[in-house]
Structures are given as C-alpha cells and as structure tokens.
Design a protein around this ligand. Structure first.
Ligand code: 5AD
Ligand code: SF4
Length: 441
C-alpha cells in the first residue's frame, strides 16, 4: 500500500473553526489523508482562517509567505485556504498569493475532497458559494474512533443581525439551524465515543430554530432533549445575542441540571448611543435586565462577555458607560478588542477613534475585567464544585479538569483514581493566576 498522504491543518479564530477543522480532517481521512502536526512533512496544508479583525486576516498572508521554501522544495505540496478569509476574499487570494492551490468557503466544506482532487491534478480551485444543499447532510456521519471528554457541536450558523462592525453576516451568510434529528444523532455518537460534555456552537446559537418533531425547536428545547442522553453529563452553548435569550432558555438555566452555570453573553458596549450606532437593537438597561432574570433563575451563574473599545465616535463618556456596565455585571471572564475597521461593513465609513486612544481604553477596560475575573475565581476557595477531568497535569500524580464554571482545576491524585472523562466533586483549596487547585471530596 502507498504511504498515506499527510494533512496539516492550522486553525485560527473561534470555536466554530475548531469544529470545522475537525470535520474537514475527517472528510479528507476518507481520501487517505492522516493528520500531521508539522507543515514540513505535509502533502496538503489547510489554513482555516478568521476574518473578524484586520490582524487575524493579515496573519494568514504572513503564514502563507512562510511556505514559499517548502513549496519550492516539494512541488507536490498543495496549499488550501478555508474559513472566513477564503469566503471574504475568494479568488483575490489566488492573485495575491501564487502559492495557494485551493480556496474553500465555510459553506462548501462538503466539496473539499473534490477540490483537493482538482488541486492535485494541477488546477487552482475556488469554491465560495452559499449552496442550497445541506453541507452537514452531505458530509455524512462522523468516524467512530474514541475521543476526549469534551466536544464542540455546531448546531447553528450564520447571522442576520448585521452589527455595524461585524463581517460575520457576510462571511458566514444568513442564519440557518441544523435539524434536531441530525444534532441528536451526532450528539449520541459523540457520547458513545467517550464525550461527556458538549458545547453547542453557533454564531447566534440562541437564535436556533431547527426543524424537529412537532415543528421548530428552540435552543432551550434542544438542550432539554440532549439532556436526556445517558452518559452526556454537561451541556454548554456559545455565542448568544441578548435579544434571543427567551423565557424558556432563561428558565433552563434554573431547571436543567446538565446545563452548566456559565454563559457567554456579549454586550460589546455600555453606552446606548454607541449600541444604537452598532445596530445592536438593545440598550444597556435591557441587557442588564436579561442578566437579572438569568441570575434569578441561577444565582451562581458566571457571565462572560465580548467588548469593543474605540468604536467610531466613541467618546470618553461613552467608554465610561461601558466601564459602569462591567462594574454592574461582574464578569467571570471576558474578551475585549480594539475596534478594527472591516471593509464593507457600515462602521468602516465613519469617524475613527485614534489608535492611541483605543489602546489606552483597552488597557483600562482589561484592568477592570481582570480584577473582576480574579475576584470571582478567588471566591471559589472553600467551595465544592463539579470537575470534569480531561488529562494529567504537568506535575506527576496530578489531574486537570474544568469546573462547572469553566475554571481550570488541578487536583493531586497520587493513587491514580481519576481518569479523563470522570466527573467528580472537588473542594477548592487555592486560587492561582490562571487556575484553581482543589482536593477530591
Ligand atoms: N473589531 C473589533 N472586534 C470585533 N468583533 C467583531 N467584529 C469586530 C471588529 N470589527 C468582536 C465582537 C464579537 C467578537 C467575536 O469579536 O466583540 O463579539
Ligand atoms: Fe457579528 Fe453581531 Fe452577528 Fe454577533 S450578532 S455575529 S457580532 S453581526
């Protein structure tokens, strides 16, 4: 038998890309490709790219530049660009970077084996359509090999919200939801393969409305359905929009034991003037009311958010309103960014905030967020939490897992009684810079 061909995939950006990379690797396994960790020995390099901010997109071109010598030494090497840069730039990538053999958008992954075939035959292939057919149905079922205790499962893609700063509605297209039966069967398969925790993914996951028995199912209904799968211990979901947090989803945080007490609910800014210019369609107050209701349902809920500083026309007073909102919420974790101009989005045309002002605001915002994050983490000391163990720690006789609230937790286990995939009660004894330490109860 001929040696298997080697595939090197490099993933940028969000968790949805992590999921997509897995699915692309699986699809190419059917064509005889096995994964490798280094570009140097690969027959096919795939960059699964992110277009959300300017820097993310630029990274792709600088990475491609590094493959020049590899390709000169090995003319059989094929290089592909997938993901949101592929979608946004299409054929432009081929013009700008002659090393690239194929470009495939996120809605066309089911056509990847075909495109790779064309590229191996010497053609330069591009597919950035938004095809009618369901790519998930076309990709078929996933392999049965055993896997780790946690997995992502994309249930929804695309976005119809058109926030004024964001490329997602253009790169990922209109909102679509996978049918309930497809999601359920993929989840059951994952659990059979050893998965104990599933994170449901979507650019707007709480807008999920997949076709199911008796009509469209909401995300809350899907979560309750998934919670009935024996062996599935934990469910999470990300990313959500405040306007799609319906009553049932809020209630599920109180009455569905498998739904973890952690929610990523981006608000982006705290000033109503800026929220309006961002086309967010909610106010700071309506966001805070959603959080109040969530906390009434689940008092120990940890919140996480996304923030943009220096959105066009943001004044110091607007920025102060963001700091006030953060102070009111008390986040367990957060992601914050300087506004980055994205060509083709409405905000790109407006009066920009100077770079040094953005940088200074980001620093102040991140200082407040890290104080909050640390305070909430320190408050875990003395408490008992569930921990899903994932792997051995760096020290001998140590295991690492994630708490219900998504903190990394280290536990001493000299006897080796804990295995990856075990969900155990742990008493937290100490809080360090990036993780907690605890003892098995
Ligand atoms: N500039 C900066 N941050 C952005 N995000 C999306 N678009 C931009 C942009 N143009 C951030 C938002 C979003 C997260 C995924 O990325 O905070 O929630
Ligand atoms: Fe982008 Fe707004 Fe849609 Fe989120 S809700 S993907 S920020 S347009």
């Amino acid at each position: 038998m001929a040696d298997p061909k080697k595939l090197f995939v490099k993933t940028y950006g969000c968790q949805m890309n992590v999921y997509d990379s897995e699915r692309m690797s699986e699809a190419l396994a059917g064509e005889g490709y096995v994964a490798t960790d280094t570009a140097e020995d690969a027959d096919l390099i795939l960059l699964n790219t992110c277009h959300i901010r300017e820097k993310a997109a630029e990274k792709v071109y600088s990475e491609l530049g590094r493959y020049k010598e590899l390709k000169a030494a090995r003319p059989d090497l094929r290089i592909g660009v997938a993901g949101c840069v592929a979608q946004a730039e299409g054929e432009e990538i081929l013009r700008r970077q002659p090393l690239v053999d194929l470009v495939v958008g996120p809605q066309s992954y089911h056509r990847l084996p075909d495109l790779v075939g064309q590229a191996r035959g010497g053609a330069r292939a591009v597919d950035t359509d938004f095809p009618e057919e369901d790519k998930f149905a076309r990709m078929g079922s996933r392999p049965k090999a055993a896997r780790g205790p946690t997995a992502f499962l994309t249930v929804q893609e695309g976005c119809d919200k058109f926030c004024a700063f964001c490329v997602v509605p253009y790169t990922r297209g209109a909102e679509m939801s996978r049918p309930v039966a497809q999601v359920m069967s993929e989840a059951r398969d994952l659990v059979e393969r050893g998965v104990r925790e599933i994170t449901l993914l979507g650019q707007n996951v709480n807008a999920y409305h997949g076709a199911g028995p008796g009509g469209d199912w909401s995300l809350a209904r899907l979560i309750r359905g998934l919670a009935e799968i024996d062996g599935l211990e934990r469910i999470r979901f990300t990313t959500s929009h405040p306007n799609d947090m319906d009553d049932d989803l809020i209630a599920a945080h109180g009455d569905c034991d498998k739904l973890m007490p952690y929610l990523h609910l981006p608000v982006q800014a705290g000033s109503d003037r800026i929220l309006k210019r961002m086309n967010r369609n909610h106010t700071a107050d309506s966001y805070l009311r959603v959080i109040e209701r969530l906390r009434a349902a689940r008092p120990d809920l940890h919140l996480s958010g996304d923030f943009i500083v220096g959105f066009p026309e943001e004044t110091e007073a607007d920025f102060q309103a963001t700091l006030d909102l953060i102070a009111a919420v008390e986040y367990g974790s957060a992601f914050s960014f300087k506004y980055s101009t994205r060509p083709g989005t409405p905000a790109a045309e407006r009066d920009q905030v100077p770079e040094d002002v953005k940088a200074e605001r980001l620093q102040r915002l991140q200082a407040l967020l890290s104080r909050q994050q640390r305070a909430l983490q320190d408050a875990m000391v003395g408490r008992e939490v569930g921990v899903l163990f994932e792997k051995p720690g760096r020290m001998p006789g140590q295991m690492v897992g994630k708490s219900d609230y998504l903190h990394a937790v280290h536990v001493a286990d000299a006897q080796g009684t804990v295995a990856p995939g075990d969900l155990r009660r742990v008493r937290i004894t100490a809080s360090g810079p990036n993780s907690l330490t605890g003892a098995l109860v």
